[in-house]
Design a protein around this ligand. Structure first.
Ligand SMILES: Cc1cc2nc3c(=O)[nH]c(=O)nc-3n(C[C@H](O)[C@H](O)[C@H](O)COP(=O)(O)OP(=O)(O)OC[C@H]3O[C@@H](n4cnc5c(N)ncnc54)[C@H](O)[C@@H]3O)c2cc1C
Length: 864
């Protein structure tokens, strides 16, 4: 371990390390702009509403927001001093840019807060906003920028693609040889993380929070009423809720409540140079530069430069001994030994891009720990399985996230539901399958991929497969391209001999376009089989099960032997989850949800059951059951060969569920298919998956049965206008604007969660509506989250999209203002820099099999 600046005399090419002991200073900081550390409090409280563990930027921001919003008894316990984890030495970069969708809102909220924090608290924060430019030196990067522009157009963030001339004007020290374009975000910059935290702390105290240190939390003891005893050497405190914000100690705190959080510290270095005459001579501060191919960031630091690379996954260093042995006692405001060899190729790339670096002296190298989760996104929110235990951990970019996450979490805690959709940060996206080995492999990959091109439908392969694979994995892996869903491998698309089987992501149509078309045809004209094992599955029974479900769901409880689609709404009437509910025997239910929402939904159900005192037994049976879907016009014919149960339309009706035997294998069969075609989902013991699959495939030989994957299923469901949870509906949408009216029973007697709010929403009238669009493009299809244009303005966004193999056009769901939602309305969808004309169509584009059947019967024709 090394204190910054202790490595004097190290030579790197023409870069010389001069040394500058002490804490790294804020970029371009004016002398004396730092805040003095706040003095420790002597008060102690025996009771707290919320105890936050950890006084880094994240914990302090939460304390600030909770106290400011009026929560009484907010206590933050810090084991040594504020910022004494990753925060004190961070490079402090702040950006509006995020390649995802929801995190843009977090970045935005942080920057807006940081802009006014100094005025509010009287504490200097050293915030500089010279803007930032991401550099494209390859054509595919330019495509990526265009892709990002359409995803940003319907957000508040300002973002532009700029030409090389403009880049040079803004950053005159660049070698322009390879530069094709830049992605420019005005308002980006950097902040002094230490001063930021001190300002938030001052604000938190001003609004009444108690920030106590040194006060290391040594144990957490749950009480039967859901409260916690929080133990420290200074005494014990009773808390209604605890929030783990312990940075790279979060794993240790997690262990206190019996959890293994999938986190791992990685080493990250940045280098600071002394004054560079050309930098000093500049009239205004340089924008922050991100050279994506060179994989580094670079910004002005006073009259010098600060440069931070992201090494490849092979070269980067994971601090795995901290996972095995724990963080060394006493490690706080310390750093790791610097290692310039590890970052040499990036140094060279930077010297080529910014030639003045060649004659610069290094005055400081900082190598500190950052906590990585497997997907490099933090874990934020309540944790399934442990009552009143919340987390705000795993921050790879905590400085830019602190302000927004503090507000988001405080709103959630105070109002009982997340203020907006941020599902990608849900701590419950991980589970028992997330081993340390997996976490390490993924953290390596995530770090190394910091600057890779972000394609739609991206797959990352490190750490796969996990132990959670379906029984069919071995049979299918050589036939298809697998996608990763909550630890499971699931076929995306199948290739035939001679077809290009590589994973070839693209912003345009790519090698899976034709094979997916064949699978689509297979299901529409014949019969296909799909592995649906990744679904989340719960069994709920007990004397209050009906009452609980009636309270949770906006739909009615299905009759025994039947299934329906039901939504759990938030108190504000937004869509928290969508589940398939089957009433198997009186009072006993099988609940099915998507693979990504298993523990997300379970937490909600369990919490409502406990809070309402319902006498029920809730069992997560996800890992016990496999699921095979069979769909297509010949599905009945094939399945009927294998069972004595009558599968005819009148006897085994649409949405009916039955226990039966397929050959000799017991299954729960539900007549339902997300393809919209005739089909069944067969729930069976996971160990029977291979036998069941083999039996069905053999039985279907005559009909030409074949596999299909989730890409074909997506095209099929879009044509049928089936909404997908997470795309068309989420915590940002109410079910009425999503067109889910059929499933929402405002007249049912039970006062289900969200009912009152939804009545008000209905009474007020909708502002926007989900519509189906078709559009004629050339070689690009909508994915979702693209901007919708009308009359020269962005008026909405797509939520998902695909190619429609039936009408041979692109198809998308989109939210548009109500006045633009009529069938026949023309709008434009922005794809890769082009606005394509699009038309609102009558949905569905293709009728479902039950609807076709009803129509046929109505017209007096025979059933199929
Ligand atoms: C070199 C480097 C450069 C970086 N640059 C940037 C950047 O430019 N932009 C950006 O956004 N991010 C950057 N980061 C990442 C950023 O620093 C972190 O994401 C952020 O500081 C995490 O804050 P935190 O509050 O979660 O954790 P920490 O800052 O680690 O705080 C956790 C706190 O919890 C306390 N604690 C732990 N256990 C206990 C316990 N049992 N009881 C009480 N208290 C406890 C610790 O003492 C510590 O103070 C950088 C990181 C590094 C290493």
């Amino acid at each position: 371990m090394l204190r910054p600046g202790a490595q004097r005399g190290l030579l790197l090419s023409s870069l010389r390390l001069q040394g500058s002991p002490g804490r790294p200073r804020s970029a371009c900081g004016r002398q004396g702009e730092e805040n003095a550390p706040l003095s420790a409090e002597t008060r102690w409280k025996d009771r707290a509403e919320t105890v936050i563990i950890g006084g880094g930027c994240i914990g302090v921001s939460l304390a600030y927001h909770l106290a400011k919003a009026g929560m009484k008894d907010v206590v933050l316990l810090e084991k040594s001093e504020l910022t004494a984890g990753s925060t004190w030495h961070a490079a402090g970069l702040t950006t509006y840019f995020h390649p995802g969708i929801n995190l843009k809102k977090i970045h935005y909220a942080s920057i807006k807060l940081y802009e006014k924090l100094e005025e509010e608290t009287g504490q200097v924060v050293g915030f500089h906003q010279p803007g930032s430019i991401r550099i494209a030196t390859t054509p595919v990067r330019v495509d990526e920028f265009k892709y990002q522009m359409t995803r940003t157009g319907w957000h508040a963030t300002e973002q532009y693609i700029i030409e090389p001339e403009k880049i040079q004007e803004m950053f005159p020290l660049l070698n322009m040889n390879k530069i094709l374009a830049g992605l420019y975000n005005p308002g980006d910059g950097h902040i002094d993380p230490y001063s930021l935290t001190m300002a938030l702390a001052a604000g938190a105290r001003k609004y009444g929070a108690l920030l106590k240190y040194p006060a290391p939390v040594t144990s957490l003891i749950p009480r039967s009423d859901g409260t916690w005893d929080v133990e420290t050497p200074q005494g014990s405190m009773r808390a209604n809720r605890i929030v783990n914000a312990a940075g790279f100690w979060a794993r240790e705190v997690g262990k206190m409540v019996g959890l293994e959080h999938p986190l791992i510290p990685v080493q990250h270095q940045y280098v600071v140079t002394s004054t560079i005459p050309e930098v000093k001579a500049l009239k205004r501060e340089l924008p922050v530069l991100r050279d994506l191919e060179g994989s580094y960031y670079l910004r002005q630091e006073r009259d010098g430069l600060l440069f931070g690379p992201y090494e490849s996954q092979e070269k980067m260093k994971v601090q795995d001994s901290w996972v095995t042995n724990g963080v060394p006692p006493g490690f706080g405001k310390e750093l790791f030994e610097s290692d310039l060899d590890r970052i040499m190729e990036h140094v060279e790339a930077a010297m080529e891009m910014v030639p003045v670096l060649k004659k610069a002296d290094i005055i400081n190298i900082v190598n500190g720990p950052i906590t990585y989760s497997p997907d490099i996104l933090p874990m934020v929110g309540p944790h399934q399985g442990v009552r009143n235990y919340w987390v705000a951990i795993g921050f790879g970019y905590g400085i830019i996230h602190a302000g927004g996450v503090g507000k988001y979490l405080s709103d959630w805690i105070l109002h009982g539901e997340p203020p907006f959709d941020l599902i990608e940060l849900d701590p419950n996206r991980y589970g028992k399958w997330t081993t340390t080995q997996y976490t390490e492999a993924k953290a390596r990959e995530s770090y190394g991929f910091n600057n890779i091109v972000g394609y739609p439908k991206e797959e990352r392969f490190a750490g796969r497969p996990t132990q959670r694979v379906s029984g069919l994995y071995k049979i299918l892996e050589s036939k298809c391209s697998m996608g990763f869903h909550a630890g499971w491998e699931q076929p995306h698309w199948f290739y035939k001999p001679g077809q290009d089987s590589r994973y070839r992501p693209s912003f345009r149509r790519t090698n899976w376009f034709e094979p997916v078309g064949s699978e689509y045809k297979q299901v529409m004209q014949n019969v296909g089989v799909i592995d649906l094992s990744p679904f989340g599955k719960f069994n709920i029974k007990g004397q209050d099960s009906v009452r609980l479900l009636d309270h949770l769901f906006a739909n009615v409880i299905p009759k025994v032997g039947f299934t329906n689609i039901s939504h759990m709404l938030t108190p504000k009437g937004r869509v928290y989850a969508e589940l398939t509910v089957s009433h198997q025997t009186p009072g006993e239910f099988l609940l099915i949800t998507g693979s990504g929402s298993e523990l997300h939904d379970l937490r909600w159900i369990e919490e409502e059951a406990v809070n309402g005192g319902y006498d029920v037994e809730i069992k997560n049976i996800t890992d016990e059951l496999g699921v095979l879907g069979i769909a297509g016009p010949h599905a009945r014919k094939v399945l009927q060969k294998l069972t004595s149960e009558d599968l005819s339309d009148d006897v085994f009706k649409f949405l009916q569920t039955k226990s039966l035997k397929v050959s000799n294998i017991p299954v729960t069969a539900i007549r339902i298919s997300y393809t919209g075609e005739l089909g069944w989902e067969l729930y069976h013991r996971r160990e029977d998956s291979v036998a069941l699959y083999d039996i069905i495939m053999n039985a279907g030989q005559e009909e030409g049965i074949d596999n299909f994957g989730t890409y074909a299923m997506n095209a099929l469901r879009l044509e049928k206008a089936f909404r997908a949870w997470g795309s068309e509906m989420n915590c940002d949408t109410n079910p009425l604007e999503a067109g889910l009216d059929y499933f929402i029973k405002l007249n049912k007697p039970a006062d289900f969660i969200g009912k009152q709010a939804l009545k008000q929403i209905k009474a007020k009238g909708l502002k926007r509506r989900l519509v189906c669009l078709t559009l004629a493009t050339d070689d690009v299809d909508p994915e979702g989250n693209e901007s919708i244009w009308y009359d020269g303005k962005v008026v909405g966004n797509t939520t998902s999209g695909s190619y429609s193999y039936s009408v041979q056009k692109s198809l998308a769901f989109a939210y548009v203002p109500v006045e633009l939602s009529k069938v026949g309305q023309q709008v434009e969808v922005e794809l890769l820099g082009t606005n394509y004309p699009a038309t609102v169509i009558q949905e569905p584009l293709v009728l479902t099999e039950p609807a076709r059947n009803r129509l046929r019967k109505k017209n007096g024709k025979d059933k199929i």
